[in-house]
Design a protein around this ligand. Structure first.
Ligand code: CA
Length: 221
């Protein structure tokens, strides 16, 4: 779950990156409004954490321009400006949620999970697919009722497939969701992770669509 973090305070930006990574997200951190727009134009994020007071272009302006262009990305505003007026203009500007500094990282992560869940059209906190059950909050996967050991990247990849079952995803789309700017990407690691998922959940869990990408078949029930 790739998240764009826009925050100009270096200590907070760093803490956000570390905290969100620990919560299982793949965060990219940028510290100004124009840079945020470049990142949004080139990368497919599942949500954005947006500070309001930013250099070069304000968070509110970034948000208004995103919505004016038809962007549906879930946006959580994170700011020290605890005035009613700021909260209202943020929400009216198209924000989906609002958190005032200082905040608890656990609450931010939970709110982001809820935003991503709702934007995917689901109100259920855990994802289910056949005998697989994935709990994003607890970072836990069960298969046929038994807990499974997954690496962070295997977990992230499985989650992307479960959120998009029935859709063919290209290798590039998968890489975009599980690697941030700071991650080293090898040439065939997606294939290696898929191999691991098939070993743990059965060969049919992810199908190869030759020349296009990979597919977790929609459940037929
Ligand atoms: Ca700021």
């Amino acid at each position: 779950m790739r998240i764009l973090v826009v925050e100009d305070d270096p200590m907070l930006g760093d803490a956000l990156q570390v905290g969100l990574r620990q919560a299982g997200f793949v965060p990219d951190w940028i510290s100004d409004g124009i840079g945020a727009e470049h990142a949004l134009a080139t990368t497919d994020y599942v949500a954005m954490v947006l500070d309001l007071g930013l250099p070069r272009r304000s968070g509110l302006e970034v948000l208004r321009r995103l919505r004016a262009a038809g962007g549906k990305l879930p946006v959580l505003i994170l700011t020290a400006r605890d005035t009613l007026e700021d909260r209202i203009s943020g929400l009216d500007g198209g924000a989906d949620d609002y958190l005032v500094k200082p905040f608890e990282m656990a609450e931010l992560a939970a709110r982001l999970r809820a935003l991503v869940r709702r934007s995917g059209g689901s109100s259920q906190p855990s994802l289910k697919h056949g005998a697989i059950e994935l709990d994003p909050a607890a970072h836990r996967v069960c298969f046929e009722g038994r807990p499974q050991e997954l690496s962070a990247k295997e977990f992230a990849l499985l989650q992307v497939f479960m959120q998009n079952s029935g859709r063919v995803l290209s290798r590039h789309q998968l890489e975009e969701q599980i690697y941030g700017w700071d991650d080293e990407t090898g040439s065939n690691t997606i294939e290696v992770y898929i191999h691991h998922l098939r070993r743990k959940f059965g060969r049919e869990v992810v199908r190869t669509v030759r020349g296009v990408g990979y597919l977790m078949p929609r459940e037929t029930s």
